[in-house]
Ligand binder design. Structure first.
Ligand code: NDP
Length: 433
């Protein structure tokens, strides 16, 4: 903590992983001799840069850009870019640290990194977003590349932003290097299923967890927090599997729709009109919007936090338990506080940590890189089948590792240990680097 002052989210993420690793270092004291714990939480490289841009009125703005290249033991740094006013070094480091373990769990050859800016895209015109992205890439381009570091989207960075970023990269370098960014449009090197991947993958993981208790989504009531990329496709997949999503949210409040969410309407409002969840309630008789309490007050069987970090705390977890929740799977990164996780696990609720449950996004990004490298594009069916197989594999790895370390059913322990050992063994093989 003294070495990284004021980075609360990073401390929280490291503590959660280290809490799980005691049995590993007892069994393998050589990790301690190699100072593997110190090595794994020290980023290989951290880049912080100025991003100047002008708004539509000609006024100059100065934002801060970040890229934390955390660990490249398993492959090039890989992880998204987040544009949100809450971004600072502690947020990017927490996300980069999580990404190292998540990417390891996918079984694909990708290291971990994360980046972004404190730029707030909300209310900005297309032209302003484009100028910001171009300025951001004017510095970032020298640090990235298909064999070095491969950014993607995250909060505030979707297909539009990736387009502006890739356009500027291509223009500066004079290289059509598709494998440098993922989340691209389908006409210019993108992969089918990438848009859906994180949400779909989270639901596949949750469904595998439910199956361990002979259960499924069929007929289950579900809430999904957020209404962005991850949330929308989590909702879609729950419906495909026979469940009914009765609530979703944004940072201004939440909507309850007892008839089941109309995904088409939600996509229209969020993806096309870039509106708010309250607009959905205005347009649909069965839906109500509320800014009191939280979405976690709604009684459900399965809850999927898909918005942002620390959005589900201890008392909210207790409310879910009281209302009979049986499973919680994190579509977002670190959405449940440590107290929230303890509350859910103590009550016997199946709990999937984000680094396992939301790995489908980055896994499909790695599939996009495979398609770019072979100048190929796969069908939706084939790509979704690969995603499903990867998520089932991650579930299996986490469950088997938890069993091996005498913590059956504890997916937090399973994900942290399995993610760690693979990376640590690769680092060890490289010697003192
Ligand atoms: P988006 O920007 O598409 O959506 C984020 C959503 O969360 C928005 O609806 C936003 O509402 C809402 N939100 C933000 N803060 C809060 C809050 N305090 N309370 C309630 N809702 C809130 O981002 P993504 O869907 O891409 O990302 C969501 C999460 O998933 C993040 O943690 C991200 O790191 C993680 N993730 C994303 C992946 C991806 O492929 N996109 C991959 C793996 C993880 P508002 O518009 O009001 O801000």
């Amino acid at each position: 903590i003294g070495r990284n002052p004021g980075e609360a989210e990073f401390h929280q993420a490291v503590r959660e992983v280290f809490d799980s690793l005691a049995p590993v270092v007892q069994r393998h004291p050589e990790y301690l001799d190699m100072k593997m714990l110190e090595r794994i939480c020290e980023p290989e490289r951290q880049i912080i840069f100025r991003v100047p841009w002008t708004d539509d009125k000609g006024e100059v703005h100065i934002n801060r850009g970040f890229r934390v290249e955390f660990n490249s033991a398993l492959g090039p740094y890989k992880g998204g870019l987040r544009f949100h006013p809450s971004v600072y070094l502690g947020v990017i480091k927490f996300l980069g640290f999580e990404q190292v373990f998540k990417n390891s769990l996918t079984g694909l050859p990708i290291g971990g990194g994360k980046g972004g800016s404190d730029f707030d895209p909300r209310g900005r015109s297309d032209g302003e977003v484009m100028r910001f992205c171009q300025s951001f890439m004017t510095e970032l381009y020298r640090h990235i590349g298909e064999y070095t570091d491969v950014p993607a989207g995250d909060i505030g960075v979707g297909g539009r932003e990736i387009g502006y970023l890739f356009g500027q990269y291509k223009r500066i370098t004079n290289r059509y290097e598709s494998g440098t960014l993922t989340g691209k449009g389908l006409a210019w090197g993108g992969s089918l299923v990438r848009t859906e991947a994180t949400g779909y993958g989270t639901v596949v993981f949750a469904s595998e967890m439910l199956a361990t208790r002979g259960d499924s989504f069929e007929g289950r009531r579900v809430t999904v927090s957020g209404s962005g990329n991850v949330a929308i496709y989590a909702i879609e997949k729950v419906h495909q599997l026979g469940g009914r999503v009765v609530g979703f949210s944004d940072s201004s409040g939440y909507v309850v729709d007892e008839a089941g969410v109309d995904v088409g309407l939600l996509k229209q409002i969020k993806e096309v009109e870039r509106g708010r969840v309250a607009d959905y309630a205005d347009l649909r008789d069965s839906a109500t919007f509320s800014d009191r309490g939280s979405i976690w007050d709604v009684p459900v069987d399965v809850a999927l936090p898909c918005a942002t970090q620390n959005e589900l705390n201890g008392p909210q977890a207790a409310a879910l338990v009281k209302n009979g929740v049986i499973a919680v799977a994190e579509g977002a990164n670190m959405p449940t506080t440590p107290e929230g996780i303890r509350t859910l696990q103590a009550a016997g609720v199946l709990f999937a940590p984000g680094k396992a449950a939301n790995a489908g996004g980055v896994a499909t990004s790695a599939l996009e890189m495979q398609q770019n490298a072979s100048r190929d594009s796969w069908s939706f069916k084939h790509t979704e089948a690969r995603l499903t197989e990867i998520m089932q594999g991650i579930h299996e790895t986490c469950a088997a590792t938890a069993d091996e370390y005498d913590a059956p059913g504890d997916y937090v322990v399973g994900a942290n240990i399995a993610g760690f050992t693979k990376v640590a063994d690769a680092i060890a093989a490289f010697g003192l680097i």
